[in-house]
Design a protein around this ligand. Structure first.
Ligand code: MN
Length: 289
């Protein structure tokens, strides 16, 4: 059975552009080695936005060396990038964007959501790429809710939506470069969650809402319990109905050097990224409208 390694609490709140009031749960500047292959996670909202005709969000900015994964719980997000990827997603949908060698993108509230207003909540997770894939071509997977398989958890503990990875024979919707699981869990109070995960992999549960007890620790909203890598069984008592994101994956065990939106393996590669960006090598967003 896996033991608790530590509880990670938010580093604090800030706005990303004018659309995303986020709590930063972890970043490559704090627990990078312990949470590998994951680099960063922001939890936006839940927050209520009034109807508006404005475009709220964050304008053009670059990324290189990793993937950005956006999971919408409430509201809607529109994305466009210089590699030609783009689309709007709503509750239950996921954008899995591979920045890799570099692109420029923008992220806004979707037009439909902005017009209606209402509650907004999303997760943005950064997934590291192994050194050999950091300079591969950018990509974009727009994954809608109907393409994400639901499985029922043992003990009537709730359901899991398999965004990435594998749950028994059920395959996740997203293609990934390295082995990992990203599961959206909806858990029932009074039940025991029991998950089987590969030994040696990173494993963590992030609680968006509700409450769990793991070992002797209580884990509530905006807290993440990171487990020891040894062992295969992850057990949690669900003490309040909970929405939880499971993250697990094979650690990359490669050096991490980041600077803002660029995450590479060496300082020289970061300098190169800045130079390439300044020289226009990340391309341009071609406006459709
Ligand atoms: Mn971005």
């Amino acid at each position: 059975m896996k033991k608790v390694a530590f509880i990670k609490r938010s580093n604090g709140s800030h706005w990303v552009g004018d659309g995303f009031p986020v709590k930063n749960i972890f970043s490559y500047t704090d627990i990078a080695e312990k949470i590998s292959p994951f680099l960063m996670m922001d939890h936006a909202g839940p927050a209520v936005f009034p109807p508006t005709k404005q475009k709220l969000g964050v304008g053009q900015h670059p990324h290189r060396g990793f993937e950005t994964v956006t999971i919408v719980y409430q509201g809607g997000v529109t994305h466009r990038d210089s590699a030609g990827g783009g689309g709007s997603i709503g509750p239950g949908d996921v954008q899995w964007m591979t920045a890799a060698s570099g692109l420029i993108h923008e992220e806004f509230h979707s037009e439909d959501f902005a017009r209606q207003g209402g509650p907004f909540e999303m997760i943005q997770l950064w997934v590291n790429l192994p050194a050999k894939d950091k300079m591969s071509a950018p990509g974009y997977q727009g994954i809608t809710a109907e393409n994400i398989v639901h499985v029922s958890l043992a003990n009537d503990a709730g359901t899991a939506r398999i965004i990435a990875g594998a749950f028994g024979n059920v395959k996740g919707a997203a293609q990934t470069f390295t082995p990992m699981n990203v599961w959206d869990l909806r858990l029932n109070a009074g039940r025991t969650l029991s998950l089987t995960l590969p030994s040696g992999h990173t494993a963590a549960l992030y609680v968006l809402s509700g409450r769990l007890t793991v070992g002797t620790q209580t884990v509530g909203a905006a807290e993440m319990v990171v487990m020891e890598r040894e062992g295969t069984e992850l057990l949690a008592e669900v003490t309040e109905d909970a929405v939880v994101l499971l993250l697990s994956g094979a650690p990359l065990n490669e050096s991490i050097v980041g600077h803002g939106p660029f995450v590479m393996n060496t300082r020289a590669e970061i300098m190169q990224a800045m130079q390439d960006y300044n020289n226009g090598k990340f391309g341009q967003i071609v406006s459709a409208s």
